[in-house]
Design a protein around this ligand. Structure first.
Ligand SMILES: C[S@@+](CC[C@H](N)C(=O)[O-])C[C@H]1O[C@@H](n2cnc3c(N)ncnc32)[C@H](O)[C@@H]1O
Length: 313
């Protein structure tokens, strides 16, 4: 099997995708204990190092390196400050890239990285990856185009080692109007789950910020983006739809039971298949949502990796 090293692994959305594509993850790493617990409950065979990537001195050999370094700085939901230290963790990824020199690498990050005030950081990522000896390409992809029941847009950066003389082409959509398959809907992935899973969803008030935008999508649509912060989690389709009252002021169309997606539903909407959530001390309700919302939808990562040229031989 072709070996892969996974950095900023989280609970393993990206890894579930590459494992399905036939790779063997020889090292995974993250700083979050519950991300490690979930990962190992689902992929017990992987060596998962818990701690900061900055503490890993030597990385094992591999043909593929993947890493979705944190995105708080770029994200719509995070603090948009281009100078934050967390925005330079790509230099740690680059350190691993220079050391391992895999045939290819794949990075995923929030699409906000293409915004004007972050452009210098994106350009710097291209620069350090090109200096490491890679031909680099980036594209923003929409998860629902690849069989995920969610309108999630993310940037992918893919590099192929120069000496291979190969070119990467991002995968064409497999689902939707210009593809052979219909888009996957919310109903397709959570329609079979209990309608009111007490204890598995965040049920604090719908505060003003929550009500400042539309959080609703119907059963036969694709979900709004599954985020890491449970307060901002989209509504379950059994909730009343929302209507615009004024600028930044939305209301429920009628009185009725409204609730956010549960963490288990959020995982299914991300494209995980029956993700196991172990009961461990770190596994609070909020943390379950966090690791799921941080994840890359496995089918999307799988599509990006499967589009790599066949060069593993
Ligand atoms: C966008 S998430 C990655 C999601 C993951 N690829 C997945 O699909 O599940 C970024 C991850 O980086 C981790 N992280 C942040 N700082 C780190 C550090 N210094 N060392 C290792 N991991 C770190 C966070 O805990 C978070 O899980």
């Amino acid at each position: 099997m072709t070996k892969a090293v996974s950095l900023f692994t989280g609970c393993g959305g990206s890894d579930a995708g590459i494992i399905k594509a036939g790779f063997d993850v020889v090292l995974a790493n993250d700083i979050l204990p519950y991300a490690r617990d979930v990962y190992l409950a689902n992929h017990p065979e992987t060596e998962y190092v818990l701690g900061s990537v900055t503490d890993i001195e030597t990385f094992p050999n591999a043909e593929l390196l993947l890493g979705c370094y944190p995105c708080q700085g770029f994200s719509q939901g995070g603090v948009r400050d281009p100078s934050r230290r967390i925005n330079t963790l790509y230099l740690e990824f680059s350190r691993a890239l220079n050391q391992i020199q895999p045939k290819a690498f794949v990075v995923e990050n929030v699409s906000g990285m293409v915004r004007k005030n972050f452009k210098h950081l994106l350009e710097d990522q291209f620069r350090v990856f090109e200096e490491a000896g890679y031909r680099v390409k980036a594209e923003v992809l929409t998860a629902s185009d690849y069989g995920v029941a969610q309108d999630r847009k993310r940037i992918f950066i893919v590099g192929l080692r120069n000496d291979l003389g190969l070119e990467y082409h991002f995968p064409k959509p497999t689902h939707g109007e210009n593809a052979s398959l219909d888009k996957v809907t919310i109903r397709d992935v959570i329609g079979h789950l209990p309608e009111w899973p007490e204890g598995e969803f965040y049920d604090l008030d719908f505060h003003w910020y929550y009500m400042s935008r539309d959080r609703y999508k119907a059963w036969d649509q694709q979900s709004r983006t599954i985020v890491a912060n449970p307060r901002h989690m989209p509504l379950h389709p059994s909730s009343p739809p929302m209507i615009k009252y004024e600028h930044n002021d939305w209301r429920f169309e009628y009185d009725g039971n409204a609730r956010r997606f549960s963490y288990r539903e959020a995982a299914a909407i991300q494209g995980f298949k029956d993700l196991i959530f172990p009961d461990s001390p770190a596994g609070t309700l909020n943390m379950r949502y966090t690791v799921v919302g941080n994840a890359v939808p496995p089918p999307l990562f799988e599509a990006v990796v499967k589009a790599l040229p066949d060069m593993w031989g």
